[in-house]
Design a protein around this ligand. Structure first.
Ligand SMILES: O=P(O)(O)OC[C@@H](O)[C@@H](O)c1c[nH]c2ccccc12
Length: 248
C-alpha cells in the first residue's frame, strides 16, 4: 500500500491504483535515456528532456499539437521526451503516450504516478523507454519492488526525490538515475535553490536530472554547476517551444 497521503496526492494515487492495464505486444526498440544524456553531454550540449503536459495542479493550462511539439523537440536535439499520462490532474492519457512513441526515435518517459505493476506493463506495451518512480508516494519496499520490475523489462527508471530523506533512500538502494524535483508535490512550493543544495548530496556515479521550474540558460548553468547532468523542462517549452534553441 503506498504511503498515507492527503489532499490531491492521495487522490491521484488512489486514481492510479484503479488505472486499467494496457497490454500490447511492444513494437518499438528500447532507447536508452542514459546513453542519450551522456552522448549529448559528450558533445558539449545540454541534455534536455522536453515535457508535454496540458495542465497541472500548480495552475498550468495549455493545449498544443502534441506530435508537432515532440517532433520539433526531437529535431532540436533533446535527450528525450516526457509525456504526462496522468488523466485526472494533468489531462494526460495513454493515447498521448502511444502517439508519441510512434512518432519519435528518442527516449520517451511515461510521466505518471506509478504505484502498480500494471502501470509498468502499460508503459512497456505503449513503447515508453523510461518510467518515473516518486519516492514521496511509495514505501521503500514498493519502490525497490517496482524498480526491479521495471528493470526486468530493461526500462530506465528515474527515481524522483525532493528532500534529504528521500535522497538517502535513493542512494542506499543504488538507483542509478535520480531526478530532483524543485517542486514539492504536496505543497506545490517551487525552489531551485533547494535543488542546487540537494544535487550536491547525490554521489557523482548516479545520473542526476533537475526537474521543474527551469526557465533559462542561466538556470541550467547554475544547476549544472551544482551537479545536474540533465534537465526536465515542461512549462517553459510548452509556452514557447522555440526556447529550446537557446537552452539545448
Ligand atoms: O513545468 P515544469 O516546471 O518545467 O516542470 C516539469 C516537470 O518537472 C513536472 O511536470 C514534474 C516533475 N515531476 C513530476 C511528477 C508528476 C507530475 C509532474 C511532474
Amino acid at each position: 500500500m503506498p504511503r498515507f497521503l492527503q489532499g490531491w496526492l492521495g487522490d491521484v494515487v488512489r486514481f492510479s491504483q484503479q488505472r486499467p492495464e494496457i497490454y500490447k505486444v511492444r513494437q518499438r526498440p528500447i532507447y536508452s535515456l542514459r546513453q542519450s544524456i551522456l552522448h549529448i553531454k559528450g558533445h558539449g550540449k545540454n541534455p534536455i528532456i522536453a515535457e508535454y503536459k496540458r495542465k497541472s495542479p500548480s495552475g498550468f493550462n495549455m493545449d498544443r499539437d502534441i506530435i508537432e511539439y515532440v517532433k520539433f523537440m526531437e529535431s532540436n536535439g533533446v535527450a528525450g521526451i516526457s509525456v504526462l499520462t496522468e488523466e485526472k490532474f494533468f489531462g494526460g492519457s495513454y493515447k498521448d503516450l502511444e502517439a508519441v512513441t510512434r512518432a519519435v526515435r528518442i527516449p520517451v518517459l511515461m510521466k505518471d504516478f506509478i504505484v502498480t505493476e500494471k502501470q509498468v506493463n502499460s508503459a512497456y506495451s505503449l513503447g515508453a523507454d523510461v518510467i518515473l518512480l516518486i519516492v514521496r508516494v511509495l514505501t521503500e519496499r514498493e519502490l525497490v519492488s517496482l524498480y526491479k520490475y521495471a528493470k526486468s523489462y530493461h526500462l530506465d527508471v528515474i527515481v524522483e526525490v525532493t528532500n534529504e530523506e528521500e535522497i538517502e533512500i535513493a542512494v542506499r538502494n543504488n538507483f542509478d538515475i535520480i531526478g530532483v524535483n524543485s517542486r514539492d508535490l504536496a505543497s506545490l512550493d517551487l525552489s531551485l535553490e533547494k535543488t542546487k543544495r540537494l544535487l550536491k548530496l547525490i554521489p557523482s556515479d548516479r545520473l542526476k536530472i533537475a526537474e521543474s521550474g527551469i526557465r533559462s540558460r542561466d538556470d541550467i548553468q547554475q544547476l549544472k554547476e551544482a551537479g545536474a547532468d540533465a534537465f526536465l523542462i515542461g512549462t517553459t517549452l510548452m509556452q514557447d517551444p522555440n526556447k529550446i534553441k537557446e537552452l539545448v
